[in-house]
Design a protein around this ligand. Sequence first.
Ligand SMILES: *Cc1c(COP(=O)(O)O)cnc(C)c1O
Length: 570
Amino acid sequence: MEKNNYFVHESSYIDEPCEIGEGTKIWHFSHIMKNSKIGKNCNIGQNVVVSPDVVLGKNVKIQNNISIYTGVICEDDVFLGPSMVFTNVVNPRSHVIRKDEYQQTLMKKGSSVGANAVIICGNTIGKYSFIGAGAVVTKDVPDYALVVGNPARIIGWMCECGIKLEFEDTPESKCKNCGKHYVKSGDSIMEKSNIENTVTSVPLLDLKAQYDTIRTKIEPVIKEVVESQYFILGPKVKELEEKVAVYSSTKFGIGVSSGTDALLIALMALDINEGDEVITTPYSFFATAGVITRLGAKPIFVDIEPEFFNIDPAKIEKAISSKTKVIIPVHLYGQMAEMDTIMDIAKKNNLNVVEDAAQAIGSEYHDGRKAGSIGHMGCFSFFPSKNLGGFGDAGMVVTNDSKLAEKLIQLRVHGSAPKYYHKIIGGNFRIDAIQAAVLNVKLGYLDQWTKKRQQNADTYNNLFRKTNLDNIIKLPTINKNFHHIFNQYILRVPKRDELLSFLHSNNIGCEIYYPLSLSNQECFSYLGYKEGDFPETEKASKETIAIPIYPELSLDQQQYIVDKFVEFYS
Ligand SMILES: *Cc1c(COP(=O)(O)O)cnc(C)c1O
């Protein structure tokens, strides 16, 4: 019998009123009771009873011999296997009327129930979950769960496409059939793309996310070092030194124990000593100035220019005295300082230049020259949060000067050459083989990670420009044709400290680099600087904030952050 645009076999009864969607088929000996709502394209088998007020979504498939009681809701794409059973009262007694006690059973989208399974009323069956044949479900079933037995218990997880997911030791699984990506957390799983759509927190840096992408490349090289039991210097270090030298267009790379030690050993190689003066910026990480004082020399600070936060070359010459030996420009946040001017000044005054490129590996000057290759020496840090980060502390000095390279190699091992003969005093500044092994692998990814950082910076710029904040906050500026590697993405903002706590309270990782001019650090009070000596540095230290820029950051996470800025300033 053809009725409207759905099909009902002539042996079945449809009570009025009820709604039946287009394309639905109702086969032999079934009974659809009043006020039930059946969606489009459902298939209702033989001997099925649909009680009053039942709701069935689209494309629900009901096999033979099933009673769907009042209180049951099936969302779209639910599959009910032959002779499965719903109940509608938890504690039925023949002589007690419990008609007002029908409990709701919600079958969520895409759930499947095997033949002869029983679902006790009052429970919610999660989306795309799978109830094994004959199971007796006595409690809620999580999304995607595979449950069997009596009482039903979870024995695994099913993909939306109906294939069992395999989670070995990892919290993530990709369906072998359709490729959908799931993440397990506690006793539930979610589709990965959905997680990213509901951002509730963003870390400042997500090293685990990065490690997940290279784990299979890193594990064997660490194992190799462990198996060799060759832990300090050695072939892995040599390989890294050659690779980093090539990467930064220098002749030599000398691997050392940290970025700090790279700076220290560079100054030692230049025989910096008591009475010497070293010019640098007061707006940097402590190590830049700390190493100067550790050698008994005096840091002479020169203020930054406000646009790029690097040492202001126009102010350097005034700071030079007869005691000045070295200039240490810092390529802050991943953008190079004005090296040409600095090198000119150095040449004119017979000074050496040590680039603090701790935040700037791969950064380029406007003419393509690499960070670390312009000064007499360049110093890199492989601290984990730098763009090329090890699994611990490590660093490197690069140089084109063979005499300096030789001296650095000697200083790294207590100044000995040959072993146990010391003409000069060095220290233990050696780099571990495990660090080198990890860094050799990571260096192969550095350019693509840098590109992602740059893209993320563009994305922020675009997102912020779309808000009405662009008069309130100042976006980072890239110096003309410079290649900025965005170790940090820095904004100048009003009400900086309030913003910082607001972002923290919204689970956004952010940081102040740096909250106090080095000239005003307590330990440097003997240098005699006072507040107001470096107005641009002091201003920047009150106005800047770093927000997450790491390569694995998603668009949704960036949008979340920008939304929170808008919320804060509105
Ligand atoms: C990180 C850093 C250093 C020190 O490097 P470590 O490897 O942590 O010792 C020095 N200078 C600057 C500008 C840095 O950012």
